[in-house]
Design a protein around this ligand. Structure first.
Ligand SMILES: Cc1cc2nc3c(=O)[nH]c(=O)nc-3n(C[C@H](O)[C@H](O)[C@H](O)COP(=O)(O)O)c2cc1C
Length: 210
C-alpha cells in the first residue's frame, strides 16, 4: 500500500500496456470501489453505477464498441471498471435517508427536510440536468478510483473512446437510466512500456482570481 498522497496524485499517469500475469481479486476490486465511493455527489445522490469487467467474456463485449486504440488496455488490464451515471438515483434517495434515521445518524426531522428540499428538484428535473448531475458525480468517483488504485499499488487509464450508445445495453443495463461516463483500465504496468511524460498548460493560463 502506498500512503504517500503527493506521490499518488502527482505521479499518476495513464498506463496503456499492463502486465497480463497480474490478476486483481474481486475482493480487492470491491475494496477499491468501497474506498472510492467516499467521493462527494450532488445532494449525496451518488448517481454512479459500476460494471467491473475482469473476464475474457466481458472484455469480448468491449471489443464490439470500443475504439481500436483502446483495445490494448482492454486486453492487458487486470480489470476495467466501467463507471456509469445513474440518472434515476433519486428513486433510492428515500431509502438512504430512512437508513440514516434508523441507524441514529440523523433525526427524522432532518430527513424530512432533506427529502422535501431535494427530492422534488430531481423528480421534476429535465433529462439534461439528470444527465449532467450523474456525469459530474461519476467523474468525481472515477478520479477517486484512479487514486485509490494507486494506493493499492496499481495504475490506470481512463477511457471514453467508445460508442457510448452501445455500452449500457451490452451489459444488460437500461440505456435510458444508465449513461457511460468512463471506463477505467486497472492493473500493474508492463515493465517494458515507456510511459510518455504529459505536460499541462501553465496554471496561470487557466486561472483567474475574481
Ligand atoms: C474523459 C477522458 C477520456 C479519456 N479517454 C481516453 C481514451 O479513450 N483512450 C486513452 O488511451 N486515454 C484516454 N484518456 C486519457 C488521457 O489521454 C490522459 O489522461 C491525458 O493524455 C493526460 O495524460 P496522463 O493521464 O498520463 O496524465 C482519457 C482521459 C479522460 C479524462
Amino acid at each position: 500500500m502506498n500512503n504517500d498522497f503527493k506521490d499518488i496524485v502527482q505521479n499518476r499517469k495513464s498506463i496503456r500496456q499492463f502486465d497480463t500475469s497480474v490478476k486483481i481479486s474481486r475482493e480487492e476490486l470491491t475494496e477499491i470501489l468501497d474506498e472510492s465511493i467516499s467521493a462527494p455527489s450532488a445532494c449525496n445522490l451518488q448517481s454512479w453505477h459500476f460494471v467491473v469487467i475482469d473476464t475474457p467474456e466481458g472484455k469480448e463485449k468491449l471489443h464490439k464498441f470500443f475504439m481500436k486504440f483502446n483495445l490494448r488496455q482492454v486486453d492487458t488490464a487486470s480489470a476495467i471498471i466501467y463507471v456509469f451515471g445513474n440518472t434515476k438515483s433519486y428513486l433510492k434517495y428515500r431509502d438512504l435517508w430512512n437508513g440514516m434515521v434508523e441507524s441514529g445518524k440523523v433525526a427524522p426531522e432532518a430527513r424530512d427536510a432533506a427529502l422535501n428540499n431535494f427530492l422534488p428538484l430531481y423528480e421534476h428535473a429535465s433529462r439534461e440536468m439528470l444527465l449532467a448531475d450523474s456525469m459530474v458525480d461519476s467523474a468525481l468517483v472515477s478520479m477517486q478510483i484512479m487514486l485509490v488504485a494507486r494506493e493499492h499499488g496499481y495504475e490506470s487509464n481512463p477511457m471514453a473512446g467508445y460508442d457510448s450508445s452501445k455500452a449500457a445495453a451490452e451489459f444488460g443495463l437500461d440505456p435510458e437510466q444508465y449513461v457511460p461516463v468512463m471506463a477505467i483500465a486497472i492493473g500493474k504496468p508492463d515493465a517494458s512500456e515507456v510511459v510518455p511524460d504529459t505536460v499541462r498548460y501553465d496554471v496561470k493560463d487557466v486561472t483567474e482570481f475574481a
